[in-house]
Design a protein around this ligand. Sequence first.
Ligand code: KIV
Ligand code: ZN
Length: 517
Amino acid sequence: MSRQITIFDTTLRDGEQSPGCSMNLAEKLEMAQALTDLRVDVIEAGFPIASPGDFESVKAIAELVKGVQVAGLARCNDKDIDRAGEALKGAEAPRIHVFLATSAIHREFKLKMDKEEILRRAVEGVKRARNLCDNVEFSPEDAARTELDFLCEVVEAAIKAGATTVNIPDTVGYATPAHMYNHIKTLVDRVPNIDKAVISMHCHDDLGMAVANSLAGIEAGAGQIECTMNGIGERAGNCALEEVVMALRTRNDFYNADTRIDATRLVPTSRLLSGITGMEAPRNKAIIGRNAFAHESGIHQDGMLKEPTTYEIMRPEDVGFTKTDLVLGKHSGRAALADRLKALGHPVQGETLVKVFDAFKRLADKKKEVYDADLIALVDKRSPTERDWSLVSYEVKTHTDDPPSATVTLRRGAEGKTEEQTDTFFGGDGPLDALFRAVEKVTGLQMEVRDYRVHSVTKGKDAQGEANIEAVCDGRLYRGRGVSTDTVEASTKAFIAAANGALAGGGPPADVRRNAV
Ligand code: KIV
Ligand code: ZN
């Protein structure tokens, strides 16, 4: 019988910490629900002491999701731990995750503490967390570079103090598979009370070995893997959930281990994350990349037609790619659209379905063929609030010898209570700049664009373009996404979406690293 490995997802904590991946509360809640539907075992929802926003999102996630453990991160000090306990109060199955660095480099230069003090604080931290919660995880940060004798000592003491999971991070992505195997095997062989806790892997990808290192830990006896969707995370990222899960499943013959994950939700969850963060996975990314199951060479195509297993070790539908891509046209009905969106992992109903169907009909009038990616791009689950602006129309004039000018009409407000405003901007660095300035005039905001990208979501001349913008307003960073068959319109919509974020406020500081970890 296969061992069941616990999947601890840290997309919303370690993943969200990475530049360009911050999410607002609504986005975090949507992602947390998707991770629950994916059947991860634990969701690390955030680091409650880091900011009031982090506290609120951990609290809201804890209250929302059911059938999954929710973890909150804390350093080994009373304030952090109490704050984490407070944020997790509403959770069905809370877990407090306390950490303290143990390696010589961190002891000497970061913490300025000797081994004795580290040991004492680790024990005190775990005990305090255990007073608030039965489910406590302890992480000796930078464990991969910690002397093995000391690591064994700390792990033994943490388990004695009440830790139910001991996580062994390769914080800086320095380890190799053999190194990680040896670390875990040493703990299994030398820590007398190791059977009282689950050993967990937490590997970063600085040398591209996070997945391999996590799997090596499983071979040596670890029972939990910490990972993120699309492998997002600090610097080069964390162990990619989709890769490690499919490695265990596809090579079950070797690892004799599996997870609870519903693999057919991998692609929809990955796309949801890309849509929220604007950070597309590379085309050749294992499991969820657009090319992961594409066969180009004639010899491979011939083999595939004769017998798919000649060149495919997994089936695309097993990880959530849909078999047929070209689906709907302008004669398709609402039920067909609802069915297709459900199969794509975006169930919509009621009022939202009416709106999406309307947008679909408009798109089908412009495009002969509506692909799955077009449909996904149409689903924007966020309904406008009274504060939000949306694009009614735009006009832009540009000529080789003259400065551009742009006029926009925007509508503000939710259903039934809307106002429209028009303004024009003359000049700017180009037509888009003129359009963005005109939006600024209407909204009264000043936004500096930091990052701007456009890509097509489907193929062909009439493909829809998706624009992603990152802009700074009052020192805080806001993201916006816009989709249209017209890239200028998509860009303007993306800029307006970022402006709406700025109106809501609370974006992460543009220049300062937000978290203490
Ligand atoms: O990489 C790391 O060491 C961490 C810990 C907080 C677990 O993220
Ligand atoms: Zn980490």
